[in-house]
Design a protein around this ligand. Structure first.
Ligand code: GLN
Length: 491
């Protein structure tokens, strides 16, 4: 590999290259940092790039470790980025919001300390929709990120900065968070892999909460194996997060068996997630099912009645949780400088909350309404019932007939910046295919599959039963291997 191309290495290629002496961690990082400088003018994928000198010093330490035969961790100095709702000690964490402008995290999220422990070098905090609410990054208070496949288009969201940066080689891999599709949706729009683990597999300690009964941190990477490598680093029981699964269930070797193939696997293609899809997107899923059959799986169509109610259920539950989680931003405990004359609690907090952008404001009002005493029975409790029924339906499908449920990740193609930002309800519906995995706590992945006639990426989503993350990665890898070659992201 020559220097201009080394930063295009996959994570596995990086680790092989750096440990075999093909290039040094310092060279790779310094190429990445100069590329970031040039690329950011186009993509706005990052909100904050860390101090290059400090990062390079760390890379040199890794290089010395490699030379002297010491353990340098599974990531061996690999440049990675993290979404700006994941805390890293001493680094700004804004959640894409003016509310947290200038907030510096006093501790590391568990996922961050695990990346560090395995030799990962975190180069930047990635742009996102404010507090992870949205699916385009247009709700970032710091301007939208742009899709590297076409800068007039959204990169998806809410982890749009992470996906754009990974697609544009501004890092080898990134961490996002997925509450209703925020890792998979931008992965699909930017033609990278986005993995949402089983609920409880990855600690959320240090992830700023949006809707914690649902969300997970997940890796975004350029290949399925890369996502598996990063997942193995961040997964596992954490004493700081009681929802994490115990060590035995959360087996960390996610690369193991990934090439095992899918002979005999049963795949259900979900009608409700395919029928209304853009024709080019629907055709891609059709072709993907042929690929899986050629690899030895059997595919058939399946209907899941409750999917039609998943979006209203998701937005009711998440709005209620968001309203409660974000109530802490009253500018007394967290917030920004606000000089108001005198002190009257309600007007002070109202003024302070004026810093929230339109989408967060909408969700907080909605969340307060659906969970209030007079309305909870009609909205919030009903949404919980839908969630329970959907979970039963999905559990039955896995128990009786299928290993994998497949669908387009997003039913439509990436769209232009500004095209839907004034129409929140039509944006909500774009989440139709992704929220089921979150509501039912199943793992799901978006695999880049094709590029449309207009040059825009199409991803295919696969979902598996709880704790079947290894099966899911094996299936995703089989699809990645079979698919027709994809074009390179345009320069
Ligand atoms: N688009 C969904 C929402 O706005 C998903 C966001 C997410 O996964 N964080 O809630």
């Amino acid at each position: 590999m020559n220097h201009s191309s080394i930063i295009r290495a996959s994570a596995l290629e990086y680790v092989r290259g750096v440990t075999s002496g093909e290039f040094t961690a310092e060279e790779f990082l310094s190429e990445t940092l100069s590329h970031i400088e040039e690329a950011e003018a186009r993509y706005n994928a990052y909100l904050h790039v860390e101090d290059g000198q400090k990062l390079l010093a760390r890379a040199r330490e890794i290089d010395r470790g490699i030379k002297s035969g010491q353990k340098v961790g599974l990531l061996a100095g690999m440049p990675v980025s993290i979404k700006d709702n994941i805390c890293m000690r001493g680094s700004r964490t804004t959640c894409g919001s003016r509310m947290l402008e200038g907030f510096v995290a006093p501790y590391d999220a568990t996922a961050v300390s695990r990346l560090h422990a395995e030799g990962g070098i975190i180069v930047a905090k990635a742009n996102m929709d404010e507090f992870a609410m949205g699916l385009t990054t247009e709700f970032s208070a710091y301007g939208p990120s742009r899709n590297p496949w076409n800068t007039g288009y959204v990169p998806g969201g809410s982890s749009g900065g992470s996906a754009a940066a990974t697609a544009a080689f501004e890092c080898v891999a990134s961490l996002g968070s997925d509450t209703g599709g925020s890792v998979r949706n931008p992965a699909s729009f930017c033609s990278v892999v986005g993995y949402k683990p089983t609920y409880g597999l990855v600690s959320r300690h240090g992830l700023v909460s949006y809707a914690n009964s649902i969300e997970q941190i997940g890796p975004i990477a350029r290949t399925v194996s890369d996502a598996a490598l990063v997942l193995g680093v961040i997964a596992g029981r954490d004493e700081h997060d009681d929802t994490t699964a115990d060590a035995a269930a959360a087996d960390c070797g996610y690369l193991e068996g990934i090439e095992g193939g899918i002979e005999g696997m049963r795949v259900g293609i979900v009608d409700e997630m395919t029928e209304g899809a853009d024709p080019e997107v629907a055709r891609a899923v059709e072709r993907a099912s042929k690929d899986l059959e050629a690899a030895g799986a059997s595919c058939e169509r399946i209907s899941l009645d409750m999917v039609g109610y998943s979006v209203p259920s998701y937005y009711t539950i998440t709005a209620a949780e968001a309203a409660s989680n974000l109530a802490r931003y009253d500018n007394l405990r967290y917030g920004y400088d606000l000089s108001v004359d005198g002190y009257e609690f309600n007007s002070y907090v109202a003024e302070a909350r004026g810093r929230f952008g339109p989408e967060v404001t909408r969700r907080m009002i909605l969340g307060g309404y659906v969970s209030s005493a007079g309305h909870a029975g009609r909205y919030y409790l009903k949404a919980l019932k839908v969630r329970a029924k959907l979970t039963r339906e999905v559990a039955d499908a896995f128990a009786s007939s299928y290993d994998i449920l497949m669908a387009p990740t997003v039913p439509i193609l990436p769209f232009r910046i500004g095209e839907k930002s004034d129409d929140p309800v039509s944006l909500f519906m774009v989440d139709l295919n992704t929220v089921t995995a979150n509501l039912t706590r199943r793992p799901a992945v978006s695999v880049p599959y094709a590029v449309s006639a207009g040059g825009l990426p199409i991803g295919v989503q696969m979902m598996a039963d709880s704790m079947q993350d290894k099966t899911l990665l094996r299936a995703a890898r089989a699809l990645e291997k079979r698919r027709a070659p994809l074009p390179e992201v345009p320069d």
